[in-house]
Design a protein around this ligand. Sequence first.
Ligand code: G3I
Length: 347
Amino acid sequence: NTLRGAFADKFLIGTALNVRQVESKDKALQALVRDQFSAVVAENCMKAEVVQPKEGVFKFEDGDRLCDLAEKNGQVVTGHCLIWHSQAPKWFFKDKEGKTVSRDVLIQRMKDHIYKVVGHYKGRVKGWDVVNEAIEGNGEFRKSPFYKIIGPDFIRLAFQFAHEADPDVELYYNDYGMDSPRKREAVVRLVKDLKAHGCRIDAVGMQSHLGLNTSLGEYEKSMEAFIGAGVKVLVTEMELSVLPWPKGNYGAAIETNFAYKDEMDPYKDGLPEEKAKEQNDFYIKLFDIYLRHSKDIGRVTFWGVSDGDSWKNNFPIHGRTDYPLAFDRDLKPKPFVKTVIEMAKSG
Ligand code: G3I
């Protein structure tokens, strides 16, 4: 009666792990990770700024330990991520004088990074989030340093380099806010463009950082559009926040207005029953979508194990109390877990 067992013939069920969890001696946590999940992904320790903090200096220890744990548990590892504007080391884009590097230099740095990292994890990682978050909600390319210095073909180059580094590894494009119709269309265009250029792309990763107001209709349409473009779908970073999204310049508002901070942290003393039910129902609807599309879905990964260690407690406002994941702060499963296990077993 675990997620891992119930979904075994549907799709992988994953979780993101941080370094503390990988190294934790907490037996209950380790058993939960082993028993409930068939896949893991590094929450931070395989990102470029961690892996190559200085040019030519690579740090693989934390990622290696995550792979060791996964191998011990018989779990699939996803590499996250190769090329992303955030958590990319600053030196990527600057020369020794601090001037912006040329297109050729950045392409070479991208190639070196991808070759080294993909090469290091060859055989241990099933697939890579090759490019992360390159498209804005309005469908335009994000004006990241990669885009500004290289142009839109940085994406194609990244996929090409990853494939050269490990022809057997799966390659994914990963992004959030996929319920946006413009983003959906842009991602479909991107998939088609990569395929037209002969690049390998196995799946689109729908991060799925969701809130209770996310339109599941639009979300499902995007899933169908990606499948229609000839790739698998992976749900790569799922969670369901119950907190309000702050309006306007929330940083300043919070520093000067403590009442506002309270308003933004309404469940610090516990989640009211009706909110918990709303979340529970939403999760059941989500899994209903996943089960209906299960033949085209490779994996559904929660972005964390339990509510206490979710990044959402610190975003977009630091120090709140959110309840976005499948297991609560005491590592107890929420009611929907049992329901979706039953749904998987009977479907
Ligand atoms: O490691 C340092 C620590 O030394 C320092 O004392 C502390 C002070 O703030 O920061 C620690 O680094 C934090 C890091 O997480 C590790 O905990 C960073 O500040 C914090 O920004 C970083 O946040 C991560 C975020 O990516 C960075 O953009 C989150 O944990 C991680 O969940 C989040 O994951 C991303 C996916 O990779 C891509 N999709 C969106 C998703 C959510 O933002």
